[in-house]
Design a protein around this ligand. Structure first.
Ligand SMILES: [Zn+2]
Ligand SMILES: [Zn+2]
Length: 269
């Protein structure tokens, strides 16, 4: 063993306590104090250092959280696991709008990082995961389209989504698969107005779309199973809101009606 290998083995890096969920949880708590301007960055760093964390990892984490909450670009790397946890907790504690800001912040970080260094496929996976949750939640928030299948029956497995509500995993999985199949078939483009999020918003908008359920939930029978091709259509949130606004019928004729209103406004304007 040469001196370099020896040095590497005894370096503080290899002795450093590994960082996991416990540290992220503490950094998140302290980072919230920083975000509320109750403490300074160096105070945050000192508190976490006293608890055994490395000072610079600690300050990277708390500053990272502040950037996420503000929707700003950050340049210091925070691990994929920490980003994953922070995004979940932001949704739980600050709601869907804050998650949207934080996702924007991650996109800006990726843009910066990948422009300077290397690709971060792991971080893209984290981003995609939370983007799905964001879309799903924003649809639920509007009181729209739950692809509930009554014959599914109750399950003990529950998925915690953002902490406030639990939904059945089978229903969630089913709904997610149906969504994916619909988007696979029609593309992530509004079936009413043709809006393409990626074309307008670039990386941020990639794959973003709401999915509308053409069947009226009240008309759905006991053994109904959603057919992604005939029952679902991708729509932008604007058209989606208009489809549901002041109407009890949500079928293809309703989509046609909204499309007609857009066309009429264009001709008039
Ligand atoms: Zn649209
Ligand atoms: Zn809908």
């Amino acid at each position: 063993m040469d001196w370099a290998q020896k040095a590497a083995m005894s370096s503080p890096r290899s002795q450093r306590k590994s960082i996991g969920r416990t540290e992220y949880t503490r950094a998140y708590k302290i980072g919230q104090e920083l975000y509320r301007e109750k403490i300074t960055i160096s105070e945050a760093g000192r508190v976490l250092k006293e608890e055994g964390m490395n000072y610079s990892s600690a300050t990277d984490l708390v500053m990272g959280l502040r950037h996420l909450l503000k929707g700003e670009r950050y340049t210091r790397t925070i691990s994929e696991a920490a980003t994953d946890d922070f995004l979940s907790w932001i949704l739980r504690d600050y709601g869907i709008g804050a998650l949207g800001n934080a996702l924007h912040s991650v996109v800006k970080h990726l843009h910066y990082y990948e422009g300077q260094f290397s690709k971060r496929p792991g971080l893209h996976r984290v981003l995609d995961k939370h983007r799905r949750i964001f879309e799903h939640q924003s649809e639920r928030k509007m009181g729209l389209d739950l692809f509930l299948s009554p014959e599914e029956g109750p399950s003990n497995e529950e998925l915690r989504e953002g902490g406030s509500k639990t939904i059945n995993v089978n229903v969630y999985e089913r709904s997610r698969k149906a969504r994916d199949a619909c988007i696979e078939k029609y593309g992530p483009i509004c079936a009413v107005c043709g809006f393409d999020f990626e074309r307008t918003f670039g990386e941020l908008g990639k794959g973003f779309i709401h999915v509308h359920h053409l069947k009226n939930l009240a008309s759905i029978g006991k053994d109904y199973v959603v057919d992604p091709e005939s029952d679902l259509r991708p729509v932008c949130p604007n058209c989606h809101a208009m489809i549901h606004y002041g109407s009890k019928s949500y079928g293809l004729e309703r989509l046609e009606e909204i499309r007609g209103l857009i066309a009429a406004a264009k001709t008039a304007g």
